[in-house]
Design a protein around this ligand. Structure first.
Ligand code: SF4
Ligand code: SF4
Length: 84
């Protein structure tokens, strides 16, 4: 399992500060930050700790089982950001 970020994200990086394994990207010191429309969780690195959920004030992050039906495409969008 992992967590996924959806298009509610406003790129304020509150979750990045909360994540103990630095699996949320792109940070604002990374080249992809400016073009990114949201943050993404690397599903291969996420340890399912849940620390990012209360940190996010935009209701943008969900455990995969809890992603609303209309946002489920963002599970693949998060994975795709880290592919290749
Ligand atoms: S805390 Fe929420 S709104 Fe802020 S960057 Fe993370 S997912 Fe996006
Ligand atoms: S659940 Fe934990 S490890 Fe996964 S993205 Fe959130 S803070 Fe990071």
């Amino acid at each position: 399992m992992a967590f996924a970020i959806t298009d509610n994200c406003i790129k304020d990086e509150l979750c990045i500060q909360a994540c103990p394994v630095d699996c949320i990207h792109p940070r604002n010191d990374e080249s992809a930050f400016e073009a990114a429309t949201q943050m993404y969780v690397n599903p291969a690195e996420c340890i399912d700790c849940g620390a990012c959920i209360p940190a996010c004030t935009s209701d943008a992050i969900f455990a995969l089982d809890d992603v609303p039906a209309e946002k489920r495409q963002f599970i693949a969008v998060n994975e795709a950001f880290f592919a290749g």
